[in-house]
Write a protein that binds this ligand. Structure first.
Ligand SMILES: NC(=O)C1=CN([C@@H]2O[C@H](COP(=O)(O)OP(=O)(O)OC[C@H]3O[C@@H](n4cnc5c(N)ncnc54)[C@H](O)[C@@H]3O)[C@@H](O)[C@H]2O)C=CC1
Ligand SMILES: O=C(O)/C=C/C=C(\O)C(=O)O
Length: 497
């Protein structure tokens, strides 16, 4: 069966992409179009949840907390989460086809990153919840006796999960899995651009027997739509969000009245620093991969590269060659490693930065425009991979998150100068350093104002480690025990002995 017909099969069985409330797919809501970014065609429709549907989802989630889910032994919860992971694996081709249809990303990327990580997220947190310790302190009491304090983890309650379109299944399940592992119930609002894998996940939840109301899914947009209805809802106890910093600020305002717990993973303008002592080929290849993977639509991608002057010209030439060697195309075409941007709107934004860079005085080393194919792809949302040099450090293109396949390369002479330029940003999500000097690696990594720093690598993820941003790149940390800490409420019990 061709991959496209797998999508059709899933969509036909589920009908139009519907909302999932209290264990059932529900009808109702205004249909909206979901586009295939490869050619701009409409490949599906989803139903926008209105305020009443969001309300029903939150009420179902509340009821499930007080129902079988709340009483379920942890071992049984873990078994069910592992079943979800197994079922994603068993329905791998459907998830893959759905993700590719929504995003247009290369088959190789979705099949090696997005879908496997969707399953892995459930396995990791099913394990983590079994192995996380809680505290216990024995104390002396004023009357000469003892008391024992021990902490328990309780679920937060109903968690709203708002997820973006760049790594749809990966980033949604990164939140759903630990939330459920901790015993919460969830209402998920995936991006309006990418509702398909979330709908498949709802179907998996139903299949494996996750109790009704534990996982709810509402489709729609942000302001004055499902996103805002959900984040303003008085029945939501906590909100976890990945997306743009401005959206995070809007959600924070919506959450303020209810004093809801928040976990935010927001934007970035990440630096990469390449020292002259780096393994040159590894550094050029690693930076090219980091800048252009997923068409630059990764919040961790470096958009500012600082290269030590002795290797600057050679490095820029190497990066240009790598950019020009990318195979831009359809997801299933042999060798494709560069797909379209997510939407016409996002392409307008990225192309506006391509034009602005020229106005700001950039040298366009390569790219800067739209590729021409002479076929259906000309209706899609492609842009060229792009490299700039020559901009001032205060240029908007060096300061603002673009979220496209583009970077600016700046030379430096001294380590302190590179560190200062790298940290001169309102963001603090990720950085990547390339050097063979171990002392320098430790020194510079420590100096980085970033939630994660990779040395001689990028996007190497151990899911037990703290993950999140400093400054305007986020609030809180997720990953391993850090996720469990956010998605649960520690309570202390003090027993006088
Ligand atoms: N991971 C990241 O850091 C991401 C960054 N972006 C950046 O954000 C820009 C805008 O893209 P968008 O898709 O609009 O990202 P966004 O951050 O606005 O959307 C992410 C999610 O938030 C929801 N949302 C938007 N406004 C909301 C509101 N007021 N209340 C509740 N939910 C709301 C959206 O429906 C979507 O599910 C992109 O051009 C890109 O630069 C986009 C996606 C992911
Ligand atoms: O590996 C992860 O958990 C997350 C990776 C990427 C993002 O968070 C993002 O691009 O938003």
């Amino acid at each position: 069966m061709a991959p496209d017909s797998i999508v059709t099969a899933a969509a036909t069985r589920l009908g139009t992409l519907r909302n999932f409330v209290d264990g059932r797919f529900v009808d109702g809501g205004r249909p909206f179009d979901v586009f295939n970014p490869v050619d701009g065609s409409v490949h599906a429709q989803a139903l926008e949840a209105d305020a009443a549907t969001v309300d029903a989802a939150v009420l179902a989630a509340r009821a499930a907390l007080n129902g079988p889910w709340g009483r379920m032994p942890v071992a049984e919860r873990r078994r069910l989460l592992t079943r979800v992971a197994d079922r994603i694996d068993e329905r791998f081709e459907e998830f893959l086809a759905a993700e590719i249809a929504d995003t247009g990303k290369p088959h190789h990327l979705a099949s090696h990153l997005d879908i496997p990580r969707g399953a892995a997220n459930f396995r990791v947190f099913a394990d983590a919840i079994a192995n996380v310790p809680t505290e216990c302190f024995e104390m002396d009491t004023p009357d000469g006796r003892k008391a024992l304090n021990y902490a328990l983890r309780k679920p937060l309650g109903v968690v709203a999960i708002i997820s973006p379109w760049n790594l749809p299944l990966l980033l949604m399940t990164w939140k759903v899995a630990p939330a459920l592992a901790c015993g919460n119930t969830v209402v998920v609002k995936p991006s309006e651009e990418t509702p398909s894998t979330a709908t498949l996940l709802a179907d998996v939840m139903r299949e494996v027997g996750i109790p009704e109301g534990v996982f709810n899914l509402v489709h729609g947009f942000g302001p004055d739509s499902a996103g805002e209805f959900l984040t303003r809802h008085a029945g939501v106890d906590a909100i976890t969000f990945t997306g743009e910093t401005r959206t995070g600020a809007a959600i924070m305002k919506a959450a303020a009245d209810g004093v809801k717990g928040l976990s935010f993973e927001l934007g970035g303008k990440n630096p990469g620093i390449v020292f002259a002592d780096a393994d040159f080929d590894a550094a050029v290849g690693g930076i090219a991969h980091a800048v252009f993977a997923n068409t630059g639509q990764v919040c961790l991608a470096p958009e500012r590269i600082y290269v030590e002057r002795p290797i600057f010209d050679r490095f820029v030439a190497g990066l240009k060659a790598r950019a020009e060697a990318l195979k831009i195309g359809r997801p299933h075409d042999e060798g494709t490693n560069f797909g379209p941007l997510i939407s016409a709107e996002h392409r307008r934004k990225v192309l506006a930065y391509y034009a602005l860079a020229v106005e700001e005085g950039a040298t366009v080393v390569t790219g800067g425009g739209v590729p021409e194919f002479g076929d259906e792809r000309d209706g899609g949302f492609f842009v060229q991979p792009t490299v700039w040099t020559g901009l001032a450090e205060d240029a908007r293109c060096v300061k603002e998150e673009i979220f496209g396949p583009v970077c600016h390369v700046t030379p430096f002479d001294r380590e302190e100068e590179a560190v200062a330029m790298a940290n001169d940003t309102v963001y603090g999500l990720a950085s990547t350093i390339w050097t063979t000097d171990l002392n320098r690696a430790h020194r510079v990594a420590r100096a980085m104002e970033a939630g994660i720093t990779w040395v001689n690598c990028w996007f190497l993820r151990d899911l037990r480690t703290p993950f999140g941003g400093m400054k305007m790149s986020g609030i809180g940390r997720e990953g391993g025990v850090h996720s469990l800490n956010f998605y649960s409420e520690p309570v202390n019990i003090c027993i006088k002995l």
